[in-house]
Design a protein around this ligand. Structure first.
Ligand code: GLC
Ligand code: GLC
Length: 821
């Protein structure tokens, strides 16, 4: 069953009924001002940091869910008597049945179109490029045969900035709220008198007949957003908030002739003033609004909003045109060309901070998460990737280790969500390698970067990378494999935690010294990072560094074959007493996906058949129609020595769910073995578009990946959770474009080495790379994966196309398969 359909032409997903299984959301904003918007106008907005600069409130665990923060109400002022007719053009919060409803989630905007009692309304939500504000462009059309007299109310509920504090600290907060009001504009300035330099504002382009800024005045006693008294009564009371719950509501009265259409704008903005220019006049407590006035003058005009919308469309068109493919598989085309690229950028912007599952008050930017997210969008936003690499490196510790996260507003690392994940630093190397291969911007290696954000500790980025790799080598365990620390990529494989306190966070609980527990996964990741580091070192003229790393890599390979191989697959780890995890000796957790993917990606066993054995074991033991589960059998009871992984019921989350992040590692591994059919098959099992027909089972949005899909041992196999912010976007994009389509940047140029599924006759792709445009035409001429390349009609050896220089257009013709004799 479906709840809508894709409109590939317009790059939109069209939701055709408002009661989707879960709110199906989208993101607005490209950089500083960001917002979530659902298919019924829910969500919230913030500036840079979803916790520390929250503009609008979101109610966690609310029933019904997803009310807020874009409240629009229409009231038919013609109706008299005891039952006024009111509805929400976005369905929520009033939820009055609509005669027509359609929501189009597009790239950086959402448009909700509906019709009720002869009045058509369209609302388009978006954030103009480079602006710290959100626009609601509203159009109303009267399809009645008579004149319509309507009241339109637009409202937001302000959050008192720190969203965590806002949800917990009522004894203080309910005495703080302050606003200022000018005709058509409500300014929210709680705490501005003291230490804040920023305020929010909500404005309307039309003359208003009333406003409210105190929530209780607008809603009335014991009423919610789904039954505001003021809307029912058809008039606002011009309330001025002092403490309690500051909000902003505007009331516009409209008279529409038959067929008449009217457009207007609501605008929610954020403004930061210089500390010495907060007030106007300077000796008053009145907000300095000088910076806001030109913004209002501009964006309260419909024509300016339209221009901003076309700029936004051009922006996304340009980003996505960096890589477009036309293959025989529509789910590949749609996801590669539109949605996964889009999701990769959204995830890059937000890491795991703010979704409908990540509250925005828990996590900031994860070190390993942000590093991996970069892999999916470095080709679209190289400058921002550069900045991100430098930000991440600046939080690195002097011993090469890393904070697990940093807060986006301050860019400083902290241990709020845990510390001691021994894989973290290696991901910085993997991410930097991707950046260098894409851009050849070797200058970044010399860029001075501090450790732990401490001025005076600056060293070249190269030194940070060197220490990141050395960090692993300084922490080897009894088998010569890397010590795991608190956990590795799998946050929940906590082999040194032994938590027996109810409710204690495994991620922040005290962690033992951990000199025994080792991770085979980190050993594979180390090999991958070390081989990149060798190439980087050679390029930087540091041949000694590369020799040292080559020797260390040889030793690591030996350690893996000696202690990390279980006979038919790679083991996962050793626990704190040296017992293997992910071995046939175990009764549960016999085989894990992560080391099979990572070790084969690092090249292990490709030449001697052991990689094939490992992947065949994955197919036999872990693969399901809904994707490849993390491990099997799942843990049925809680194991003190394993930690959080065994705290989840079997088949959920890290205990044996399909983690969409890890499946692409197997796709890449399969491609490395030349098995394109298997790679594509795995890709399609979790591809959201390919699961669209099962929307009532899958339940999350069919246009983006979710972190997990419930595994075969859960009662709800196939149900997705935690959509949007997941490394699944970046890795799936990398797997399908770089390894199945085979178009991947290398240090020396653009490699084109497809591992095509046997049923494909070929494909076409356009890839921008270091300023040139490559037109790739692939045709199958026989079975197998043999490749013959022609560049601009000249046959060439190998599969790497040398960089062509800015502006060049390069034709790359690839013939796949052996010529029939
Ligand atoms: C979450 C975390 C990620 C981790 C994964 C597996 O997605 O954001 O860092 O690797 O879970 O535990
Ligand atoms: C929990 C989640 C995991 C996440 C971690 C860190 O352990 O299961 O996915 O990475 O929290 O917040």
């Amino acid at each position: 069953m479906r709840y809508g359909h894709f409109d590939d032409e317009r790059r939109e997903y069209v939701i055709t009924r408002p009661d989707t299984p879960l709110p199906w959301i989208n993101y607005l904003g490209c950089q500083d001002f960001l917002a979530l918007v659902s298919n019924t106008g829910g969500g919230y907005a913030f500036y840079k940091d979803a916790r520390l600069r929250r503009l609008t409130r979101y109610r966690y665990n609310a029933v019904p869910p997803d009310q807020g923060s874009r409240f629009l109400y229409l009231r038919d002022d013609e109706r008299t008597g005891s039952s006024p007719e009111c509805w929400s053009p976005t369905w929520q919060p009033l939820r009055r049945p609509l005669d027509a409803y359609e929501c189009r989630h597009g790239l950086g905007y959402t448009r909700i179109q509906s019709r009720c009692s002869g009045i058509e309304s369209g609302v388009q939500f978006f954030v103009p490029l480079g602006e710290d504000l959100e626009i609601w462009l509203v159009a109303l059309t009267n399809h009645r045969s008579r004149q319509a007299r309507l009241s339109l109310f637009g409202a937001v509920e302000f959050c008192l900035w720190d969203a965590w504090d806002d949800a917990t600290n009522f004894q203080r907060n309910l005495s703080l709220g302050e606003v200022e009001v000018e005709p058509g504009v409500v300014y929210h300035k709680t705490e501005y008198r003291e230490r804040r330099d920023h305020f929010a504002y909500f404005a309307c382009s039309e003359p208003t007949v009333g406003f409210d800024t105190q929530r209780s005045a607008f809603l009335g006693p014991y009423r919610g957003w789904d039954a505001p008294l003021a809307v029912e009564a058809g008039s606002l009371s011009n309330s001025i908030a002092s403490g309690w719950y500051p909000m902003a509501a505007h009331h516009v009265r409209l008279t529409l002739d038959p067929g008449e259409r009217k457009e207007l704008v609501f605008l929610l903005g954020f403004k930061e003033n210089p500390p010495d220019g907060k007030f106007d006049p300077a000796d008053s407590h009145v907000l300095n609004k000088r910076g806001v006035r030109p913004v209002l003058d501009r964006f309260l005009q419909v024509s300016e909003c339209r221009l901003a919308l076309s700029d936004l469309a051009a922006h996304w068109h340009d980003l996505l045109s960096g890589l477009q493919a036309t293959t025989p598989e529509p789910h590949v085309n749609r996801m590669v060309n539109i949605w996964t690229a889009y999701q990769a950028i959204v995830t890059f912007n937000l890491s795991r901070s703010a979704s409908y599952f990540d509250t925005g008050i828990g996590r900031g930017m994860g070190f390993r998460d942000a590093s991996q997210d970069l892999l999916g969008c470095v080709h679209m936003i190289p400058e921002r990737a550069r900045e991100r690499l430098l930000d991440l490196a600046a939080t690195q510790l002097e011993d090469g280790g890393a904070y697990h996260q940093y807060q986006p507003l301050t860019k400083r690392g902290n241990n709020d969500i845990g510390a001691g994940f021994n894989d973290d630093p290696l991901w910085l190397v993997v991410a930097t390698a991707a950046y260098l291969k894409e851009t050849a911007d070797w200058s970044i290696l010399d860029h001075p970067v501090p450790f732990d954000s401490q001025p005076g500790t600056e060293s070249p980025l190269y030194e940070h990378l060197r220490r990141a790799v050395q960090f692993t080598l300084n922490r080897l365990g009894p088998h010569g494999l890397p010590l795991i620390g608190r956990a590795d990529w799998n946050d929940c494989l906590n082999l040194n935690t032994f938590s027996s306190t109810p409710g204690q966070s495994f991620q922040t609980a005290p962690v033992g010294e951990g000199r025994i527990a080792e991770s085979v996964f980190i050993s594979g990741l180390f090999l991958l990072a070390a081989s990149e580091m060798c190439a980087i070192a050679l390029h930087a003229g540091r041949s000694t560094d590369s020799e040292v790393l080559e020797a260390a890599s040889r030793a690591m390979r030996e350690a893996i074959w000696a202690a990390g191989w279980d006979g038919e697959w790679f083991r996962r780890a050793y626990d704190s007493v040296g017992a293997p995890i992910g071995s046939r000796q175990c009764s549960e957790g016999q085989i894990f996906i992560e080391p099979q993917g990572m070790c084969v990606m690092a090249g292990l066993g490709i030449d001697d058949g052991r990689a094939r054995m490992a992947l065949d074991s994955v197919a036999a033991r872990l693969a399901t129609p809904d994707g490849i589960v993390l491990h099997a059998p799942a843990y049925r009871s809680y194991h003190l020595n394993l930690g959080e992984i065994s705290s989840y019921p079997p088949g959920y989350k890290e205990n044996g769910a399909v983690f969409c992040h890890t499946n692409p590692w197997i796709m890449i591994a399969e491609a490395r073995l030349g098995r394109g059919d298997a790679a594509l098959d795995y890709y399609l099992r979790i591809n959201p578009s390919a699961r669209e027909d099962k929307s009532d089972l899958h339940r999350c949005e069919p246009y983006v990946y979710a972190q997990m899909i419930a595994g075969k041992e859960s009662p709800s196999q196939g149900e997705a959770k935690n959509s949007w912010l997941t490394g699944a976007a970046a890795w799936n994009l990398v797997a399908v474009t770089q390894w199945i389509l085979g178009i991947r940047p290398t240090y020396d140029g653009l490699e084109v080495a497809p591992v095509m599924p046997s049923g494909w006759g070929g494909f076409e792709a356009v890839r921008r790379f270091r300023g040139a445009t490559y037109h790739v035409h692939v045709t199958r001429i026989g079975a197998g994966n043999d490749l013959q390349l022609e560049i601009d009609n000249q046959p060439v050896d190998g599969t790497v196309v040398a960089p062509a220089g800015p502006g060049a257009e390069v034709q790359v013709v690839v013939k796949v398969g052996a010529l029939a004799e």
